[in-house]
Each structure stands twice: as C-alpha cells, then as structure tokens.
Design a protein around this ligand. Structure first.
Ligand SMILES: Cc1cc2nc3c(=O)[nH]c(=O)nc-3n(C[C@H](O)[C@H](O)[C@H](O)COP(=O)(O)O)c2cc1C
Length: 185
C-alpha cells in the first residue's frame, strides 16, 4: 500500500507540512510505504494547454513534477496539503493541479485507476475553521470528478501563522493520526 503527501506550502516545517507528515507517519505505522513531495522545492512549470496529453498518455513537459505525477498514478492514497493564501490554496498547489490535466482523458473522465483515497490538510490564519470550506469542497470535488479520488477526511489548522505551531495542538495531531489510519483501511 503506497501513500504519498503533496505539500503546497513553501514552509517545509510549517503547519501544513507538520500535519501531512503526521498523517503519513500514522499510515506508515499501519504498514503503508510513504513518500512526501514539497512542491516548492521542485522545478516545474504550469500546464501549457498544448493538448499533447490528449493525443498521448503523458504530459509533454518532463520536469521535476513528472515523478510526482507518476507517483500519484501508482499511489493508493494521497495527502494533499496547502495553506490558504488570499482565500485559495497556494499557487504551488494550483500549478500542480493544472498539471493533473495529463491524468484525465479527452472526455474529462479519469485516466488513473479510480478508488484512491485522499486526506486534505489545510492551514490558515483566520480563526474560523469553516471560513474556507468552499476551497476544500472545490478541491475535493475536482479530484473526485476528474480523477475518481475520494476524500475521506479534511483536517484544518485554523488560527495558525507561526510555522509548525500546530504541533502543540493535540486534538489536530490525533485527528491526523486517525486520518492516516483511515487511508490504510
Ligand atoms: C501570501 C499569504 C497570504 C495569506 N492569506 C491568508 C488568507 O487569505 N487567509 C488566512 O486566514 N490566512 C492567510 N495567510 C496565513 C497563512 O494561511 C497561515 O500562516 C498558514 O498557517 C500558513 O501555513 P504553513 O505554516 O503550512 O505554511 C496568508 C499567508 C501568506 C504568506
């Protein structure tokens, strides 16, 4: 069982990364083979809209994101994590999502095997955990509709700005551990 993390925060020890790693650690303890990708550390371009992937089976761009896309295809479970920047997921996560265009057919049906599970992890400064619900709903709708990926849990660190400070929130850490187990069930 393979579980991967895809992190859209530029802060490698930020709140998002802390919760994504905790979720994966729990999945690993339950027997999953895990890997984590920090999008900000990779050199890649956004989708060029060239249509190559609709005639061929792969993206024309061969860059650092290629291995992340290959890994997603092989994974059984994915933890997607991003902070909120200006009421959206970060640009890094958006560029990644656009490149997932190469994982869907010309009729917008999934090219990847359906049935993968996902956990969404978010972090934002505003104290209300529901304020960006539409952002999480839209992301989970996109991965479900275009790639058949089912979101089994969403973990949100609300009211956090200092990097990694969420590690002191035992409730969220416990939720991340539980989410990691859900991915392996
Ligand atoms: C460019 C930028 C834009 C931000 N925009 C928002 C925002 O719209 N709403 C909010 O609640 N917090 C916002 N924040 C705060 C971050 O979401 C918050 O610090 C978050 O915990 C960072 O996550 P990380 O530690 O995983 O990097 C913003 C921070 C930055 C740097």
């Amino acid at each position: 069982m393979k579980a991967i993390g895809i992190i859209g925060s530029p802060r490698m020890n930020g709140n998002t990364a802390t919760l994504v790693r905790q979720t994966l650690e729990s999945a690993s303890e339950a027997g999953a083979d895990t890997e984590v990708y920090y999008l900000n550390e990779l050199e890649f371009k956004g989708c060029q809209g060239c249509g190559y992937c609709k005639i061929h089976t792969k993206c024309k761009l061969q860059d650092d994101l290629s291995k992340v896309l290959d890994s997603l295809v092989k994974a059984d479970a994915i933890v997607f994590g991003s902070p909120i920047y200006f009421s959206q997921f970060t640009g890094q996560m958006r560029l990644f999502l656009d490149r997932c265009y190469s994982l869907i057919n010309p009729d917008f049906s999934p090219r990847v095997t359906p049935g993968k599970k996902a956990v969404l992890v978010g972090s934002h400064g505003a104290p209300d955990p529901n304020i960006y619900k539409a952002v999480y709903d839209e992301f989970s709708g996109n991965i479900k509709n275009f790639m058949g990926i089912e979101t089994v849990d969403t973990i949100i660190a609300a009211g956090y700005t200092e990097p990694g400070s969420v590690k002191n929130n035992t409730e969220l850490i416990t939720r991340a551990k539980t989410a990691g187990l859900k991915l392996t069930e």
